[in-house]
Write a protein that binds this ligand. Structure first.
Ligand code: PLP
Length: 395
């Protein structure tokens, strides 16, 4: 018997949730079905509400430091979930992974240096280095048999001495790939040999679906461990993005001292009461909730896949190996990107992410967030089916 109710429809309007309350501003219509920003419409595990309320009742919210239990909950979680033994001194709180990417960009590169990314990929990987006057170099992923693969030969060819950093999305957003040990080891080898620091963004790591197993980049080899900074967070896993409780993991002493000094000089490593408390709580008590969530998400994913095959065969779902985002291949609709967006927003009344925002290779795709009750997913697909049928009868 399931213990948690992921079918419950919860009205998020008026909570300042970007996904819901920014619809009017971003899409010109506040009443679209929101399936864009990567948070979910489910309640977080009950232990979160309980811990916050209990702490809030104390009513004194003074300066707070991370407890020993905060660190050990992370260490035990990463060992239990990902079979990676990390040490307390490798850890630091960071106020968000996108900010973490900005910090490493500032700390380890200088204007004019090259930063490699593998598009289509989470758009801040491009935006952040770009805004810091670094030169973003694309090593596009290859689409093979409906899944993304890394172009390692392409990577070797584009490297020159001004390439200083590679940002890896592990697992991948928007394609949902869980990279293999071989792929990660190859990246580690190439980057180590060329003095390119690897930033491994592992925010989606806890959401890998069986039989796929997330492999922390730094765990694949000594070269990976000594030449990388890993970012992790409970935010996607437990739907607590607004609490902001990300952290970095750096096994190499030199990199760690440099980065921790960078954080400390501006007190950026300092979290807040609820960040520490909630991270510790979900890592200690969230396992069974997460197991049920993944079953529910997988049910939604297979529903979308089957629905599209039967009703909208022109759109193909790339089945994610992790997380709640489905990359929809809409190229067979033969629409321009503007027409594709208009089909979703104006005709189907759906707010998805425009694939083009993820960079090279994203055109013709849309990113669908299925972290929502199945009834909402069904309604969204019915809207889309109707919109496409209407379009076909008009032409
Ligand atoms: C790959 C990836 N990294 C980072 C983030 C955001 O992380 P944060 O909220 O900690 O900045 C997201 C959110 O969608 C993401 O998909």
């Amino acid at each position: 018997m399931p213990k948690y109710n992921f079918d419950e429809i919860i009205d998020r309007k008026g909570t300042n949730a970007i996904k819901v309350d920014a619809l009017g501003e971003r899409y010109g219509n506040p009443d679209l079905i929101p399936m864009w920003v990567a948070d979910m419409d489910f309640k977080s595990p009950p232990c979160v509400e309980k811990a916050i309320i209990e702490r809030a009742k104390h009513s004194i919210f003074g300066y707070t430091s991370p407890s020993q239990e905060y660190y050990s909950s992370i260490i035990k979680w990463v060992a239990r979930q990902h079979n990676w033994q990390i040490e307390q001194e490798w850890l630091s709180f960071i106020p968000g992974i996108v900010k973490g990417i900005a910090f490493v960009t500032d700390c380890f590169t200088k204007p004019g240096d090259k930063v490699i990314i593998q598009p289509p990929v989470y758009h801040p990987f491009r935006i952040v280095p770009d805004m810091h006057q670094r030169v973003v170099v694309d090593n596009p992923l290859k689409l093979e048999a409906g899944q993304y693969m890394m172009d390692l030969d392409g990577l070797r060819q584009l490297i020159d001495p001004s390439c200083k950093m590679l940002i890896l999305c592990n697992p991948h957003n928007p394609g949902g790939r869980v990279w293999t040990h071989q792929e990660l080891s190859d990246i580690a080898e190439i980057c180590y040999d060329n003095n390119i620091l690897v930033i491994s963004d592992e925010i989606h790591s806890d959401l890998a679906f069986d039989p796929n197993k997330h492999i922390p980049f730094a765990s694949v080899s000594e070269k990976a461990a000594q030449n990388s900074i890993t970012f992790m967070a409970p935010s996607k896993t437990f739907n607590i993005a607004g609490i902001i409780s990300s952290f970095s993991v750096i096994p190499n002493k030199g990199l760690r001292e440099k980065f921790h000094h960078f954080l400390e000089k501006s007190e950026l490593e300092s979290g807040h009461i609820f960040a520490y408390l909630v991270a510790e709580t979900v890592y200690n008590y969230g396992d069974d909730w997460l197991a049920e969530l993944k079953d529910y998400l997988w049910k939604n994913i297979t529903f979308v896949d089957e629905y599209l095959k039967v009703n909208i065969p022109q759109i193909k779902a790339m089945l994610p190996q992790a997380s709640f985002l489905i990359w929809l291949d809409c190229r067979q609709l033969n629409l321009s990107q503007t027409e594709l967006n208009a089909l979703f927003v104006e005709d189907a009344k759906l707010a998805l992410n425009d694939g083009a925002m993820f960079g090279q290779g994203g055109e013709g795709f849309m990113r669908l967030n299925i972290g929502t009750p199945l009834s909402v997913v069904k309604k969204a697909l019915d809207n889309l089916k109707k919109a496409i049928e209407q379009k076909q009868t008009q032409s």
